[in-house]
Design a protein. Structure first.
Length: 668
């Protein structure tokens, strides 16, 4: 029976596609992208194989639906010179963002055009690509199988697409190889991620896919470690994914990661061999079942079965060398440089500092040009360069140090120009120095009416807050009262000023004069938080604990050595009362400290940098961004600094009390 099925499918493919064997494999990559960085590595492998003429990447499907998914995938395709590749967004909701997709979706750093709003839905794109294919297609699924399962169930003329075939018929007629990164055939009881996150879809595909399925199990990729050799994350979105993913080298460090997804893509195109050497073996035919009660993998040998799984053959370290060579290969783009793009490692005003200024060769479409050129540097209003002339490297990039000594309000225009024939347009960047005590956000709550609380720091663009729910002005005082159930304040957009200034400084202080409505609160109840939800934040100053209500001051801070939630949490226990009190949290780059009423009440070493902070998070007072963990009490003053206040400065501010008469800077 197995032989008959295989022969019939092969005969159908031959009849439909009389193509030459030397033609590249038509390839669709179905990826979950956000949860892990090996998906980005797998797309790099797909582009490498396309560059070599072994494959033609005709479409990308995303099985996650987080806000930045499509743009992140498109950024990778842009980098490899293929912005035309269509992307399909999963019809099955899987709202995951991950560590790196927001950064890849930032068009200021990585060019892209497609978004979740403009993308095809996954079923429509699967049907379109297969219907239009003029030779056999190979599909590799390296994420959840929800989109593939939904496509398989699609009816003829789905969505009035005019295609007179069901998904099942298109799969049978057009797909000659399906490779799934799914299951664990070495430890069947293992909770394998891709299957566990959509068990029903994995079961449906296993039971109903009309052709052969090759399973590339968890055990295949787990011992193949790649990624450490990636470079230039500033222009290479794949390298940036590995830099920002915490499970590789640690957040902020490019390191090795398991290669589950790359191994599946290689097999989809090359099969068991690479360069004449055998990478893997295949099991006997059989049937894969994923238990109803769990995602555990059950494989039963069956001569009539249509499933096989990969078995390790070559040493994993040798396979890693092959895959990493694919991942680090530059794009095969024959493009001409038309300009230099100049960027500075901060957009915020600075006090005397050494800044990194970078020039990148780009073509007229904003894509990097991999070419070496000499670059001349100049600046207005003083400052000095580490070198007045540098040369771009093999990635078309060069970086110089610009030193500004001024502590006054001065603007420097830094310019890079081509030293060859002047055919490349130069570019400039503005650097502003300032005089400040470090105060970057200041809320005095002295408006007394309306729904807007103004940022009165006078630094950069004001980060004003809007009042919501049970937030009201406290009569007779410069304060806002929050009810603990619906009241909160939120910035109108992302708190980008905080991100730019604090990440550049690597230090910060958050200061608040508060009067809790109850000394015992839990959640912990958010007082000041720079975050997006209960699992993702830059910092949070709060009251209580998530396991129990108490009167502790809680502080969470995300660094390159913590998780996205800024854990572990630093607690100053048994300190809060319902009186008006002064609480301060500081970070000096290595130590977290909490003060109450001028005295230190808790401290903890916190290593790492702030490089993994997310610039898209809002600033909130009184609640978490997804409207939870409300705090009850009165806010009298809140200030944030891009430096760590010393113990004596904290004591001075406590002794001075709340800013008198609601005047910003009066005691600063």
């Amino acid at each position: 029976m197995k032989a008959c099925i295989a022969f019939c499918v092969m005969l159908t493919a031959v009849a439909l596609f009389p193509a030459a064997a030397s033609e590249p494999v038509l390839l669709i990559v179905d990826t979950d992208l956000a949860p892990d960085c090996d998906d980005a590595g797998a797309l790099a492998v797909a582009h490498y194989l396309t560059n070599r003429g072994e494959a033609e990447l005709i479409g990308v499907i995303t099985s996650t639906t987080g806000d930045y998914i499509v743009a992140a995938a498109d950024a990778i395709n842009h980098y490899y010179g293929r912005p035309h590749i269509p992307i399909g967004l999963s019809v099955v909701e899987k709202n995951q963002v991950g560590d790196y997709t927001p950064a890849l979706a930032d068009t200021g750093s990585f060019p892209s055009q497609q978004t979740n709003e403009t993308a095809y839905d996954s079923t429509t794109l699967y049907r379109k690509l297969l219907h239009e294919a003029e030779r056999p297609v190979r599909i590799v699924v390296i994420g959840y199988q929800g989109p593939l399962s939904a496509f398989l169930e699609s009816e003829a003329n789905h969505g009035a697409d005019g295609i007179a075939y069901t998904g099942m018929e298109l799969a049978e007629q057009k797909v000659d190889r399906l490779v799934l990164m799914a299951g664990n055939f070495e430890r069947p009881g293992h909770f394998e991620w891709n299957v566990a996150n959509d068990l029903a879809a994995a079961q449906n595909v296993a039971e109903n896919w009309p052709g052969e399925i090759i399973y590339s199990g968890y055990e295949i990729g787990t011992r193949i470690r790649t990624g450490e050799a990636l470079t230039h994350p500033e222009i290479n979105p794949v390298a940036m994914a590995y830099k920002l993913y915490g499970g590789a080298g640690g957040r902020g460090v490019i390191g090795n990661r398991q290669s589950w997804d790359q191994a599946a893509v290689v097999h989809a195109v090359r099969g068991n061999h690479s360069g004449g050497e055998r990478l893997w073996n295949l099991s006997d035919y059989g049937t894969v079942v994923f238990n109803e009660s769990s995602p555990h993998t059950v494989f039963t040998v069956d001569s009539d079965g249509r499933h096989r799984y990969k078995i390790e053959h070559m040493n994993p370290d040798e396979v890693a060398d092959i895959i990493e060579e694919m991942m680090v290969a530059p794009p095969a783009i024959d493009n001409e440089p038309s300009r230099l793009r100049v960027t500075v490692n901060t957009s915020a005003p600075v006090v005397a500092a050494d800044l990194e200024v970078t020039a990148q060769l780009e073509d007229e479409k904003g894509r990097p040009v991999f070419e070496s050129r000499a670059v001349n540097w100049s600046a207005t209003n003083g400052g000095s360069f580490s070198s007045s002339q540098t040369a771009t490297d093999s990635h078309g990039r060069t970086t110089v140090t610009f030193t500004v000594a001024s502590q006054e309000d001065v603007e420097h225009v830094v310019t890079a120009t081509d030293d060859a024939d002047g055919s490349i347009t130069g570019d400039s960047a503005l650097i502003t120095t300032r005089s400040t005590g470090g105060l970057i956000v200041h809320y005095l709550f002295n408006e007394g009416e309306g729904s807007i609380v103004a940022d009165q720091s006078g630094v950069g663009d004001p980060l004003d807050l809007e009042m919501f729910g049970g937030a009201r002005w406290l009569e007779g005082e410069n304060a806002i009262l929050l009810d603990g159930s619906t009241g909160y304040l939120r910035s109108k957009g992302a708190a980008k000023k905080l991100h730019a200034l604090i990440t550049f400084a690597g230090k910060f202080t958050v200061e608040a004069w508060v009067a809790p409505a109850d000394a015992i609160q839990g959640g912990p109840a958010r007082i000041v938080t720079y975050s997006q939800d209960s699992g993702g934040r830059n910092f949070t100053l709060a009251q209580g604990h998530w396991e129990e209500e108490n009167n502790a001051i809680a502080l969470r801070l995300r660094t390159t050595r913590t998780d996205n939630n800024g854990m572990p949490q630093l607690n100053a226990t048994d300190v809060l009362t319902t009186e008006l009190q002064h609480i301060v949290a500081t970070y000096d780059g290595s130590m977290l400290r909490i003060y109450r009423n001028g005295s230190e009440v808790a401290s903890e070493e916190r290593v790492g940098t702030l490089e993994t902070w997310n610039s898209r998070f809002p600033l909130l007072l009184g609640a978490e961004a997804h409207l939870a963990s409300y705090w009850a009490g009165a806010l009298h003053e809140v200030a944030i600094y891009d430096r760590d206040l010393s113990a004596s400065e904290v004591a001075e501010r406590h002794d001075a009390g709340v800013s008198p008469f609601g005047e910003s800077g009066s005691v600063r």
